[in-house]
Structures are given as structure tokens and as C-alpha cells.
Design a binder for this molecule. Structure first.
Ligand SMILES: Cc1ncc(COP(=O)(O)O)c(C=O)c1O
Length: 484
């Protein structure tokens, strides 16, 4: 079904469209078209949405109808809008574009674009040998239909052994293999969060988790993470006690996007409080393998779980390769069975070959992970040095793990900067993508999963448009007006 966005709503999303960088050089209609393209590319304006009638948008933006008409024509010409007489105009995608793993639209063939929208590394060299070995393993499974809704037992055993090694007793029956951590989250929400359920998440948080929650029509509330220090225990536990949510989603290990690591004592108190408020805790361990500094890791949140309140989800995307699409749920064995029953109605089972590749890959996990950590450490330090040198007003703390720096900018400019960066071939996921209601404009996530040369080049390009932004927009956001 096509959804419609009203004039007032689109005007709100467009925000300061008339003061984008370069605005002084381009006419109104071009600036408006560029701003709509920007919203599409950062995912805040979905695909297939019907835009307001020209007259309605003109009124909402206080511009002439000719301006909106010309902007719509420009968007049609670039392939971002399709119109049919009588049916209206809806957002589309130019040919040759695809959906990125982050849910953002990216040009497929533009090799010059540096993609800082995605925080995940390229595959390790061990992948191809693992795939060859897996192909040799495949005949063992070819004599059956190949549907294994809970996953191949050999992979479930390896994943369970990983939890054992981290100090939490886990059997293979407690593991469900999924198509990535994202599917793990979706399945858990289908089971544990009926439509309309109150759900507590961190702010900022992982955008695709917000997307999964919205798709399940959760009533989302947030508790804020401090940029420098991470979780405020009293705030988090207070929010749980006050809102008594059905479910709470947390990323305790190298939180995406801030990179923070939750302390052992807060993990323990979190589980106890969740039990007392009747809240299921969904713990996203996507980044757990990627500690870059520090000593011993805190134990998994599930260690403190005595009442089957904790459902852990994780996967191979961050430590190994996202293209494998291998993730999992760790829960009680009966819950795993219920999730598998739901999963049959979604995609039946995960592909056998990919699971065999995962088993073979995990045989080399110590080397793969230590190489990955060394690479991320180098890239983090290069990125941090470039930002410190070229954007000295930005503030950040060096994350002890993960692959993202969460930078506090020198103004509420994140979306405008992302649009401007697109013009110089850098894709950014602006701060508001990590929260609700367009907040977090003062923040930007900078991943360091790309090679060092690309990171320094990206910062150089961002710094150059940051400078332009200043010249174009100073009056609109630097001087708050006083309302007496
Ligand atoms: C916190 C978090 N959860 C889930 C995912 C998605 O992971 P997967 O590729 O395993 O579906 C990501 C990827 O960025 C992530 O950062």
C-alpha cells in the first residue's frame, strides 16, 4: 500500500532546506529537489511514499507553486519521483541503485564514493578456503530436503561452545541459527513484542533495530547514553522501573554507534531490574568479538539470568563477514522451539551451504579475529588523528572496541553535512538516523571499517564541505532567536 506524506510533515523533515550549502548558487527549486534527494538517501523519506500535491507543499513551505512544480520535475528527471496523472507522485529510485546493508540507498557503480554509512569490514582472506572446504562438506546434507529451521546442529554446537567459553552454560538446543542478527531481532520481536508493546531502547541506538521495532509497531521509548561515559545506571534502571516495558533492547558490547562497553555491575543490576519489572531483555552482542583496548571482557549479560529473561542475539557480520548472513539467538530451549515455529512462516530455514562455510570459518576464529582487531585498531587511530587535525572542534572519546566513533559536532548540522558530503562523494549516516523524531543533529557516526587511506580522504572531503556549510548557513542555526 502506498503511504502518503502530508505537506506539513514533509516541510518538517525538510527543515532548513533553503539554507543548504551552495544554496546561494542554486535556485529554490534545485535546492528543494536536492533536499528531497538527501532525505531519500539517508532513509528518512522511504521509497514508494506519495508526496503532497504541489499546491499543498507550496503552502507548507511558503514558496510558489512554480518552485515545487520545477523541483518535482527535476526529481522526475533524476529518477527520484514517478508521477501519474490522477494518482499523484511517489518516491522512486534511479536505475542502477540498490539498498545498502544499512538500509540506506547507495549508487551501485560509483567507485569514487567512500561509504561511511556502513560499519562493517570486507571479508577476511580465510573466507574463500572456508567456502571451498564447505563445498566438500555439502554432500553429507544432500540426501535430505535440507530444511533445518533451528539450524545445522554442527553450527549450533560451535556457537554454543562460544558461549561456554565466555562463561555461560549453553547447549546446542539453546541456539537458533538465523539470517544475520537482524533476522534474530525480528523473530524475537515477533514472539515477545505483540503490536503496541512498550519497548525501551538506548538513544542513540542501531537504526535497523529501530526499523525492526517500528515494523512490529512497538511503542518505543528511550533512555540516553552519555557520549563520553556511556550508560548512566540510575537513568537506565529508573527508565525500566518507570515505563515497565514489555521488552528492552540493549547493545552492551561496543555499542553501535557510541562504542561503549557496559560494566559487569550494571549488567547484573540490569537483569535483576528487568526481572522485577517483567521486562524481557534482548541483548545484541553483534560487536562482542571486537575489543580493541582493555583487559578482560565483562561476562555475557546472560550469566546473570536466572529467570529466562535474557535473549541474546549475535552473528558473524562484524568479526567475519556480513555477506554470509549468519546470526543466531541464544535463549532457553523451549523459546528456541517457539522461535523456530515462527521462523518456518518467514523463510523456513537458513541456507545449508552458508552454515557450513560458517563452521569452517569458525575453525580459524582466533587468527581471523586477532587480524581484524589489529586492522580496526590501526584504522580507528588513523580516523581519530584525521578528525583531530582537520575538524578540531569536534569532540569524541576513542571507543575501546567496535568500529565506530560517535562524534559530537560543532553545531546541529549532521543532516545538512551528510547531504553536502554526498556532493563530494562521501556517504554518511547522520545522527538523527540513530534516534527518534529527528533528534541527535549534533552527532555523527564515523565508522572505521574502511582502509586507512579512504578514511583520511573521507575526513578531508568532510572537512572541506563543513567549511562551506558555515558560509552558507550561519544565520539559520548559529543564532537562536529569543522569544520573549
Ligand atoms: C548492533 C547491531 N545489530 C545488528 C546488526 C546487523 O547485523 P547482521 O548483519 O548480523 O544482521 C548490526 C550491524 O551493523 C549492528 O551494529
Amino acid at each position: 500500500m502506498t503511504t502518503t506524506i502530508r505537506g506539513g510533515q514533509l516541510a518538517r523533515l525538510l527543515g532548513q532546506w533553503h539554507s543548504l550549502p551552495g544554496r546561494h548558487r542554486s535556485p529554490d527549486y534545485a535546492a528543494l529537489a536536492a533536499a528531497v534527494r538527501g532525505l531519500l538517501s539517508d532513509g528518512r523519506l522511504p521509497l514508494g511514499v506519495r508526496l503532497p500535491a504541489e499546491r499543498e507543499l507550496a503552502e507548507a513551505l511558503a514558496v510558489s507553486r512554480t518552485t515545487v512544480s520545477a523541483a518535482y520535475r527535476t526529481l522526475r528527471e533524476t529518477g527520484h519521483l514517478t508521477s501519474r496523472r490522477g494518482a499523484g507522485s511517489w518516491t522512486t529510485l534511479p536505475n542502477g541503485h540498490r539498498v545498502a546493508t544499512s538500509g540506506l540507498w547507495t549508487p551501485e557503480d560509483d567507485r569514487n564514493v567512500i561509504d561511511l554509512g556502513v560499519a562493517a569490514s570486507a571479508a577476511p582472506p580465510e573466507l574463500v578456503p572456508a567456502a571451498r572446504a564447505a563445498a566438500d562438506d555439502l554432500p553429507r546434507y544432500l540426501g535430505s530436503a535440507g530444511y533445518h529451521p533451528t539450524g545445522l546442529i554442527e553450527l549450533r554446537e560451535v556457537v554454543a561452545a562460544g558461549y561456554q567459553a565466555r562463561g555461560v552454560a549453553t547447549s546446542a538446543e539453546q541456539i537458533l541459527i538465523t539470517g544475520g542478527t537482524q533476522q534474530a531481532l525480528d523473530l524475537v520481536l515477533r514472539l515477545l513484542a505483540p503490536p503496541g508493546s512498550p519497548v525501551l531502547v538506548e538513544a542513540p541506538t542501531y537504526p535497523n533495530a529501530l526499523a525492526a521495532l517500528s515494523a512490529r509497531r512497538a511503542r518505543i521509548s528511550t533512555h540516553g547514553l552519555d557520549t563520553a561515559t556511556g550508560w548512566d545506571g540510575e537513568m537506565l534502571l529508573g527508565a525500566l522501573r518507570q515505563t515497565r516495558p514489555r521488552l528492552s533492547y540493549v547493545i552492551p558490547e561496543f555499542h553501535n554507534p557510541t562504542g561503549h562497553l557496559m560494566t559487569t555491575s550494571l549488567r547484573e543490576r540490569l537483569v535483576a531490574t528487568a526481572h522485577s519489572t517483567g521486562t524481557d531483555l534482548v541483548v545484541d552482542e553483534s560487536w562482542v568479538d571486537l575489543q580493541l583496548d582493555g583487559d578482560e571482557m565483562p561476562p555475557p549479560v546472560a550469566v546473570f539470568d536466572r529467570h529466562s529473561r535474557v535473549v541474546s542475539i549475535g552473528g558473524l557480520s562484524k568479526g567475519y563477514w556480513g555477506g554470509l548472513r549468519i546470526g543466531w539467538v541464544r535463549a532457553s530451549a523451549p523459546l528456541v522451539q517457539r522461535l523456530a515455529a515462527i521462523r518456518v512462516g518467514v523463510d523456513m530455514a537458513s541456507p545449508v551451504l552458508e552454515q557450513l562455510v560458517a563452521v569452517r570459518l569458525l575453525e580459524h576464529s582466533p587468527k581471523i579475529l586477532s587480524d581484524r582487531r589489529a586492522e580496526l585498531r590501526r584504522q580507528r587511530d588513523v580516523l581519530a588523528a584525521a578528525v583531530t587535525e582537520l575538524l578540531p572542534e569536534w569532540r569524541f572519546v576513542l571507543p575501546p572496541g567496535g568500529a565506530t566513533i560517535w562524534a559530537e559536532l560543532d553545531g546541529p548540522i549532521s543532516s545538512a553535512l551528510a547531504r553536502a558530503a554526498e556532493d563530494v562523494g562521501v556517504r554518511l549516516a547522520p545522527g538523527p538516523r540513530f534516534g527518534l523524531d529527528g533528534t541527535l543533529e549534533r552527532f555523527l557516526r564515523l565508522p572505521f571499517a574502511l582502509p586507512s587511506e579512504q578514511l583520511t580522504e573521507a575526513v578531508r572531503r568532510i572537512a572541506s564541505v563543513r567549511h562551506d556549510l558555515d558560509r552558507a548557513t550561519i544565520p539559520s542555526w548559529r543564532t537562536p532567536s529569543v522569544i520573549a
